[in-house]
Every structure is written in structure tokens, then in C-alpha cells.
Design a protein around this ligand. Structure first.
Ligand code: ADP
Length: 534
């Protein structure tokens, strides 16, 4: 009955129908769609137990008949004849026909929708992953953007702070129309204060509007020159007229940049009015110094002229005295008269030397003292000086000791002048030392120099009086000025030694004696240009 009735009807249905006898659990009917799903003919299916045939559940474990589940459009597994499980949508109903109970199972292949769904799920998962990545990328970018914005803000704040708080005037000038430059694009506070205009007023003006009329051509020419030669930096002094009509001396320093597609000059203005004022007073001071110098030079020339005239006069008078005394010394035999004649001669010679000292010092002061160097032996010069002063030393009961230490090379020096130096030092030692004392003259090679020293056991020089001892006409005042002298010897000696590029100095202990030193560089060449400059 089931055959005849159901088969015709259920075959026409597009879903699989399987009819199972509840009692025997055997398949009693199956339609075409179900056969196709299972992959077997009706003859191969009908009569078989549904367990382990189309249903993967074991016998006695039927989800509907044994486990009490209701199956209503639920997703289940269908066991095909090839043993493969496919997902189906299953609805199972119990139906009683003529007192016999059947299970009507409606099977719908949902493999495709399931695959589709799975694919969709995969795609959705991938898309979600992609979106998550894009999202985290976006989050990162937003963060970076925020950082950049923060940095930009910081930079802008710094730039504005620098621009507005800079002590020098700062402006941005539109240079896109080249020369003459366009208007101010931006100005800082310092510049506003310098020119006494407000920012709003300045933004309506060009630099040329502010430039002093007498400086306009110069400023334009300068700008042109710099632009034509493509210098990176334009720098020149300029004068601006402030709003209140003052002239403002500025040094401007401009560089050129591209800002939003147009050429802009970044200009720094430094107020140099104070520098200019200082420059002016310096120039005036220099000019008055020059004038004073010229006056001093004039006075020195006059003094020199006077000195020459005086020296000439004195020497004219001295010459017959020298000649006569020399004649008397050579002719007289009477010892008393000879003594007087010698005194006369010594006095005349000393006077002659003093006149020479005076003359040389005057020459040295105006840079006219010339030296005439020759390759000579210092020992010879020192020996001559001692020979000359020996009689005087003996008379004064003082002993001159000579000490030449080691090998002393020859060197270039002016013999007459160095003779004068040694004589001055030796005369002073004789003059300022006690009867019976010893004076030691020494020479040695010290590095690149020859060092000469004259040591006495004399009065010494008090500490407080030592400074200025080489100054012309310097003399140490004593209660009883018994030594005499003009205070020229040491000043002249210093001049002569320094003309030789040597040094002169002394050490002295008051009450115990002094040692005077001087050096002469050891050399075999003399540069006329540098060495003879007095
Ligand atoms: P003066 O012709 O007066 O000696 P100097 O220039 O030679 O001129 O010396 C200047 C002064 O230095 C002297 O007046 C003296 O007071 C002091 N003086 C120079 N040499 C010695 C010395 N060896 N001992 C003590 N005093 C000295």
C-alpha cells in the first residue's frame, strides 16, 4: 500500500524522502532524490536497517526513536553508499498508517550551502583579519600622525618663540617679483620696536619704503649684485627711517628660501647705531692720538735737533781740551803736573763719553739709533773694558775678576755699542761697591745666546726702587748723593741690548750687591730690515 500510494507521490518531490518501519527499523520506501543523495538504487536500499546504512548512529542509539530527540530541520550527517558522510538538513516525523507506525525522514542536501557558508566564514574571517590589520595600521598611523602633529606644534611654538623673542629684528620679505623686493610677509616684535611701526603697518610696506632715501640706490645695487651672483647670503649695512623720523643704522643679513612656492628673503637686522657711535668716537680718538703722536714726534725732532746742536757745541769746546790734555800727558815729566794733566784728560774723556751717551739715547728714543754689527768676540770687548777701567779700580782699591766659562762662540754685534754697555755696567759696579770689594765679570754660552754678567758686592738696590731702573734719567735718591750720574747708562744699555734682540735684567739684594746680566743671540746673519729697526 505504501508502495503504490507513496512512491508515485514522493518521487515527484525535490527533497529526499526515506520511509522507515518503526518496529523493524527497516527502510520501506525511498524516493529518487534520496537515492541520489545516498548513491544507491531503491532495490539496494529498501529492506535494509537504517542504522549503519544511511544513519551513522549505532543500533539502539537512534536519536529519534531511542534517544527521544525531535528532528526538525536539523543539520545531520547522512552516510552514503560510498561510506562518505555528507551534511544534510533532516526533518523526521512519525506517521501512523493503518495502525502501523512509520518514520518519514525528509532529507535536504545542504552540502553546497554549507561549503558556501564555510567559504563565506573563511572569507569573513580573512576579511576580518585584514580589517583588523588595517585597523591596527590605521591606529598606528593615527598615533604617528598625532606624534608628527605634536612635533610640528612644538616646532611651530619654538619657531614662533624664537621669531618673536629674538633680540634682533627678523622679517620675511616676498621676493617672488625679484627686485625691488615685495612687501613684508612677517615681522617680529624686535623689528617693530626698532622701526617703531606696528606689525599691521609693516605688512603693508616694502623694505624700500623704510630705507633712508640716500641709501635706496645703494641697498638696491647691493641686493641686485648678490642676487645676480647667486650668493646664498646677502649682508650689508643699511639705514632705515623709523616711523618717528630717526635714522637707524642696521646691519642686515638675508638668506633666501622657498616658502609655499615663492621666493622669500629671511632677513635679520642688527642695530649697529651703538657700534657706529663707538666707531666714530674710536676714529676721533685715533685721530687725536695721531695728532698727539705727531706732536710728540715733532717735539722729539726738535729735542733731537737741539741735542745735536748742543752736542756739536760741547764737542767743539771739548776737542781742544782733549787734544791739549793728551799732549800734556805725553809731554809732561813733572809728576805733580802730570797728575793734573791726567785728571784733566780723564775728565775730558768722561765728559766726551757722557755726551755720546746723551746723543745715543736721544737717537734711540726716536728710533734713529743704528747698529753696525760685525762678527766679533765678546771676550775681547770685555777685556778692553777691564783694561780701560783697571787703573780706576786700582785707585778705588777694588778688584775686577774675569771668568769666561767654556767655549764662547763669535757672534754678530756692534762692538762699540756693546763696549759701551759693558763699560756702563762695570762703571756702576765700581761706583756702587765698597772699597776692597770684588767685581766679577763673566761670560758663557747659554742656549742660543751668549750671557754676560757683572757682579758686585756693593750697596745693592732696595726692592721698592728696582722698578724703573732702566728708564732714562732714573736715579735712586740717597741722603748723601755722593755717586753723581745722569741716570742714562742703564737706559742706553737696554736700548742697545734690545737692538741686538737680546735681553737685560738684574738681581739685587740691598746691602749685599747686585748682578746685572745681558744676552746676545748667537748668529751669523743680520737682517737689515728687521734687525736694524731701532
Ligand atoms: P747713573 O749714570 O746714574 O749711574 P744708570 O742708568 O747707570 O745711571 O743707573 C741708574 C741708577 O741705578 C743709579 O743711579 C743707581 O741708583 C742704580 N744702580 C745702577 N747700577 C747699580 C749697581 N751696580 N749697584 C747699585 N745701584 C745701581
Amino acid at each position: 500500500m505504501i508502495d503504490s500510494l507513496d512512491t508515485i507521490q514522493i518521487d515527484a518531490l525535490p527533497v529526499g524522502i526515506v520511509v522507515i518501519d518503526v518496529l523493524s527499523r527497516k527502510i520501506v520506501n525511498i524516493n529518487k532524490a534520496a537515492q541520489k543523495l545516498i548513491g544507491a538504487e531503491a532495490s539496494e536500499i529498501i529492506g535494509h536497517s537504517c542504522h549503519k546504512f544511511i544513519c551513522p548512529a549505532a543500533e539502539g542509539k537512534c536519536p529519534i526513536l531511542d534517544m527521544g530527540q525531535s528532528v526538525d530541520n536539523a543539520e545531520r550527517q547522512l552516510l552514503t553508499s560510498s561510506g562518505k558522510l555528507i551534511t544534510i538538513l533532516k526533518t523526521a516525523n512519525k506517521v501512523t498508517i493503518n495502525g502501523q507506525m512509520f518514520l518519514y525522514e525528509v532529507l535536504q542536501d545542504v552540502t553546497d550551502p554549507v561549503n558556501l557558508r564555510k567559504q563565506l566564514q573563511i572569507q569573513v574571517a580573512e576579511r576580518t583579519k585584514e580589517l583588523a590589520e588595517i585597523n591596527s595600521k590605521l591606529v598606528r598611523e593615527i598615533k604617528n600622525h598625532e606624534k608628527t602633529e605634536l612635533k610640528l606644534n612644538e616646532l611651530f611654538t619654538r619657531y614662533s618663540m624664537f621669531f618673536n623673542n629674538c633680540n634682533d629684528g627678523l622679517t620675511l620679505i616676498d621676493f617672488s617679483g625679484s627686485i625691488p623686493p615685495g612687501k613684508y610677509i612677517e615681522v617680529n616684535k624686535a623689528f617693530c620696536q626698532m622701526v617703531n611701526y606696528s606689525r599691521e603697518e609693516l605688512l603693508q610696506l616694502t623694505p624700500l619704503d623704510l630705507t633712508a632715501p640716500d641709501m635706496k640706490d645703494y641697498a638696491l645695487a647691493n641686493t641686485k649684485l648678490v642676487l645676480e651672483s647667486e650668493y646664498a647670503v646677502l649682508r650689508f649695512p643699511n639705514v632705515y627711517i623709523t616711523k618717528d623720523g630717526r635714522r637707524l643704522d642696521c646691519e642686515i643679513n638675508a638668506s633666501f628660501v622657498y616658502l609655499a612656492g615663492r621666493e622669500v628673503a629671511v632677513v635679520v637686522y642688527r642695530d649697529i647705531s651703538e657700534t657706529k657711535r663707538l666707531e666714530q668716537s674710536l676714529r676721533e680718538a685715533y685721530e687725536s692720538e695721531l695728532q698727539a703722536h705727531a706732536e710728540v714726534e715733532d717735539q722729539l725732532n726738535q729735542r733731537n735737533y737741539f741735542m745735536r746742536a748742543l752736542v756739536h757745541e760741547l764737542k767743539t769746546l771739548l776737542t781742544p781740551l782733549l787734544a791739549s790734555s793728551e799732549y800734556l800727558v805725553s809731554e809732561l815729566s813733572d809728576s805733580t803736573l802730570l797728575g793734573y794733566a791726567r785728571n784733566m784728560q780723564n775728565g775730558a774723556i768722561n765728559l766726551n763719553n757722557k755726551i755720546d751717551d746723551l746723543m745715543n739715547l736721544a737717537k734711540g728714543e726716536i728710533g734713529q739709533l743704528q747698529i753696525d754689527p760685525e762678527y766679533a768676540d765678546i771676550r775681547k770687548v770685555i777685556g778692553d773694558c777691564i783694561d780701560y777701567l783697571q787703573p780706576q779700580a786700582q785707585k778705588m782699591q777694588k778688584r775686577i775678576v774675569l771668568n769666561f766659562d767654556g767655549d764662547i762662540p763669535l757672534t754678530l754685534f756692534d762692538k762699540t755699542m756693546i763696549h759701551q754697555v759693558v763699560l756702563n755696567l762695570l762703571s756702576n759696579s765700581l761706583k756702587f761697591s765698597r772699597i776692597g770689594s770684588e767685581i766679577c765679570v763673566a761670560a758663557l754660552k747659554s742656549g742660543d745666546n751668549i750671557r754676560v754678567s757683572v757682579k758686585d758686592q756693593g750697596t745693592g738696590i732696595p726692592k721698592g726702587k728696582q722698578q724703573g731702573i732702566f728708564t732714562p734719567y732714573y736715579r735712586i735718591k740717597t741722603k748723601r748723593d755722593r755717586y753723581g750720574g745722569l741716570g742714562l747708562g742703564l737706559a742706553l744699555s737696554k736700548m742697545i741690548v734690545e737692538l741686538h734682540r737680546g735681553e737685560i735684567w738684574f738681581t739685587s739684594e740691598y746691602g749685599h750687591g747686585s748682578t746685572f746680566y745681558f744676552t746676545l743671540p748667537i748668529r751669523s746673519e743680520w737682517d737689515e730690515d728687521t734687525d736694524n729697526r731701532g
